[in-house]
Design a protein around this ligand. Structure first.
Ligand code: ASN
Length: 308
């Protein structure tokens, strides 16, 4: 990509869209906080750097740096810190900045930024149903609040509160019916959000829990937006026992040394849990009906672009 000066780029941006995006962002963050606080959740501070982070299921650059002699990385998601936080608390969330230096192929998807915020939450002792229900309620509540706000005229006119429970599609069924590209096909056809559930083990990171009665299939889910906006949420129940985590790391061909601290913690006891993360900027893009996620973000870290 030709390098426009980051300053030229910044001054040329569409002020109206950025203003609308920023205001909608503020409304939904406030509302999601209220929604969770009133249900007994505790907001924890985001973790920005740590010796462990989410390995993700697709390759991203993962720069490390020396921090007082130890190797640290930037947070790609707070998954492990969410699980560890439950040693002290029952229900937690964080507005968590994530850095994912994505491959250049993702630069024109309209839904990837190298820096974004996810509202990442985790609940001790609960399963997938609990967090799916929570997510549906939170999404509808945010939509209601933004429609009632001063920003209502900036919204995609098709947006509304959706009837619950949202539709569920099993991963294998979607794949056999529509092929590998099922997510974008189904998202484009839909006029309501829907869940993709029971994702196969090889398609996800090692930390989502494998079903006891169906080997190779996970107790996890993605929420997909309608009108072609694609993935909104990913989450699931978690592996928390030492032997199971180790075997999943090995199955993935990952190095156990990279997760030594997680493994050590799991020997001491990590509680069972379920949770999910929702990308805030993607939610704003969906609500405002914007073509690209970067249109509604003040300082978008666009994939491959030299920016402020
Ligand atoms: N936040 C996601 C989850 O809770 C993980 C991710 O962002 N990769 O499952």
């Amino acid at each position: 990509m030709a390098d426009t000066s980051p300053i030229d780029y910044f001054f040329q941006r569409n002020r109206e869209m950025i203003a609308a995006g920023t205001r909608v962002n503020t409304v939904i963050r406030g509302r999601m906080k209220r929604y969770l606080d009133s249900r007994g959740f505790l907001e924890i501070n985001p973790v920005i750097i740590s010796p462990i982070s989410d390995p993700l299921n697709h390759p991203v650059d993962d720069p490390t740096f020396s921090y007082y002699g130890h190797q640290y990385r930037l947070t790609k998601s707070m998954i492990f810190h969410k699980q560890l936080a439950l040693i002290h608390f029952d229900k937690i969330y964080s507005f968590s900045p994530n850095i994912r230096i994505e491959p250049l192929e993702r630069k024109n998807t309209g839904r990837h930024l190298a820096e974004f915020t996810q509202l990442d939450l985790e609940v001790k002792g609960k399963g997938r149903e609990f967090v799916m229900d929570l997510a549906e309620g939170m999404i509808n509540d945010s939509i209601a609040s933004v429609r009632a706000s001063a920003e209502h005229d900036k919204l995609n006119p098709h947006i509304r509160e959706y009837s619950r429970p949202f539709r569920r599609v099993k991963y294998v069924d979607a794949l056999s019916k529509h092929g590998k590209n099922f997510e974008s096909i189904l998202s484009s056809e839909a006029n309501e959000p829907f869940w993709v559930i029971d994702i196969p083990l090889e398609e996800r990171e090692f930390y989502d829990r494998e079903k006891d009665d169906e080997k190779g299939v996970l107790m996890d889910m993605d929420l997909i937006y309608p009108y072609g906006y694609g993935e909104a949420i990913s989450g699931g129940e978690r592996e928390y026992e030492y032997e199971r985590i180790l075997s999943r790391i090995e199955k993935k061909g990952q190095r156990r040394e990279d997760f030594a601290l997680l493994l050590e913690a799991s020997k001491r006891g990590i509680p069972p849990s379920a949770g999910f993360g929702i990308g805030i900027e993607r939610f704003v893009r969906f609500l405002t009906g914007s073509e690209s996620i970067s249109d509604v973000v003040l300082f978008p870290k666009e994939i491959g672009r030299f920016v402020l």
